[in-house]
Design a protein around this ligand. Structure first.
Ligand SMILES: O=C(O)c1ccccc1NCC(=O)[C@H](O)[C@H](O)COP(=O)(O)O
Length: 212
């Protein structure tokens, strides 16, 4: 499993950022979605982004955000990538990419075989794809639910863009997830928390250790 790059998503404090960076995370995710326990106001997000050491990519996550909302985020927070985690079409992904000049990662929720064509469709517009578990019907959050999908669905598949595996990952199941899917990048949120929105430095360190 050497070389699995890790994104820790939903950080809320400067010490979360330090824990992720010192454990060797490649990306940190900052969530801008008011219904989420991981939501950040702009000033808070700016502080976290400025606390991140060079070399760690700061990813801003939004859900069907308007240009006005994205303009405010991009102006206030020094980001390296945008993650679109709603129902954004490939056309919207391309427009966001062009407007901000930042790489865009598009999340695609997977529950069954019928969801897989979206990975290719979104790959034609996005720089990276986040292959995540589809949220349960009626869920309050479109991601960050701590749920896995059946990894066999993507076993042995190849995509035209770099991609990241997400959904219900923990230090305990990471090795099996990587073995089954061939992922070289992974994203985790709930699996390194002690409560929703509360990151646990020991779990972050254990996850990064498992990824090495
Ligand atoms: O984390 C959130 O609160 C969130 C809210 C709205 C949209 C997406 C959200 N998280 C997306 C992520 O990038 C998560 O890391 C990914 O879904 C995996 O989450 P988890 O299963 O909790 O590890």
């Amino acid at each position: 499993m050497a070389g699995v790059r890790v994104k820790i998503c939903g950080l809320r404090t400067e010490s979360d950022v330090k824990a992720a960076a010192s454990s060797g995370a490649a990306y940190v995710g900052l969530v801008f979605f008011p219904k989420s326990p991981r939501h950040l106001e702009l000033a808070q997000a700016q502080r976290l982004a400025l606390a991140a050491p060079p070399g760690i990519a700061k990813v801003g996550l939004t859900v069907d955000a308007s240009d006005e909302t994205l303009d405010a985020i991009v102006e206030a927070v020094p980001l390296d990538m945008l993650q679109l985690h709603g129902g954004e079409s490939p056309e919207r992904v391309a427009a966001v990419r062009a407007r901000y000049g930042l790489p865009v990662m598009k999340a695609v929720g997977v529950a069954d075989e019928g969801d897989l064509p979206q990975i290719l469709e979104q790959s034609l517009a996005a720089d990276q794809i986040l292959i995540d578990a589809k949220p349960p019907r009626g869920a309050a959050l479109p991601g960050g639910n701590g749920l896995s999908f059946d990894w066999r669905l993507i076993s042995g598949r190849h995509w035209i863009r770099p991609w990241m595996l997400a959904g219900g990952l923990t230090s305990e199941n990471l090795a099996e997830a990587v073995r089954r899917t061939g992922a070289s990048q992974v994203d985790v949120s709930s699996g390194v928390e002690s409560a929703p929105g509360v990151k646990d430095p020991a779990r972050i360190a254990a996850f990064l250790k498992a990824a090495r």
